[in-house]
Design a protein around this ligand. Sequence first.
Ligand code: NCD
Length: 360
Amino acid sequence: MRSLISILDLTTEELDQLIETAKDIAAHPEKYWDRCAHKKLATLFFEPSTRTRLSFEAAMLELGGTVLGFSEASSSSASKGESVADTAKIVSCYADIMAMRHPREGAPYVASRAASIPVINAGDGGHNHPTQTLADLLTISRELGRLDNLTIGLCGDLKYGRTVHSLIEAMSRYQGIRFVLISPKELKLPGFVRYNVLEKHKIPYTEVTGLEAAMPQLDVLYMTRIQRERFDDPDEYDRLKDSYVLTAEKMKLAKKEMAVLHPLPRVNEISVKVDDDPRAAYFRQALNGKFMRMALILKLLEEAKANPVKEAVDTEGFVYDRVCRNPKCICQVEQELPQIFKVTDKAANIHRCIYCEQKD
Ligand code: NCD
């Protein structure tokens, strides 16, 4: 039995298979109408969501299954102090698969270790968002016909934007990928993606602060919202919130076949005047998210049926004598959760928390 906590839990072949299944679902939805009959998906959303939760629910309903769950922490026993691990054990009694969104980094991972059903990370703090990446991959594949040989511009909040982290991890697996990282200096890409992915695999990237100058070289422009809820200092958010606005004027600088993606919601970073541009793919991207979540639910439930036993945690490289200093890590609040780090770079003596991937 497997869960999806990080996009790196899936091999490139598995990503390609999910894309093929999702394309087949989009073309022949009736073939899939009862594939999950009598199965239940629990959606545990401790943080706001429109697209992710509703697309998960629509995905399960379109597979013939049913859904249960909650859409805010205040309506669950978390408000009484229940731990994520206990919640995951309880939900395992009532559902066949669960999708969890949580403001604390590493929470779905903790859930997956406690649960006896597959757990899908639907976004954990500013860390990861693998199912948004599934939507992004299908969108790039459908819009541009390929997932290799692309120059991908990522623009906005690269520090807290969890969708960016998971997308870079996934795209780094494909050939001929180059990234242009466009952000204010305060919102640059964090180390766990920069060092563990880009530097480690020698993926070419440049970091710039201006959007216009980068536009002409891009095949994909991935816009993101400045993540207000993750800022400790509201003044800093106010200063940075309008750093980038994609307008119809700026679109004139781009290639004719570029695709504009955005995980949504947008606040101010894409003018509505861009919506009618054929290169604006963000609403199609939201639909693609449903097809990819259908493909993922099918895959994880099939694997759970074939192999109901959970794989043992690979503890190689684990060390137990370090302390996580990330105030947003699940280990700061979950009672009795052991502090565990993993060696990620032996030569440089770098250890990262197994829950949130921050350095000690
Ligand atoms: C994203 C998220 O929640 O991280 N939204 C989504 O799931 N489509 C992006 C965002 O909130 O800015």
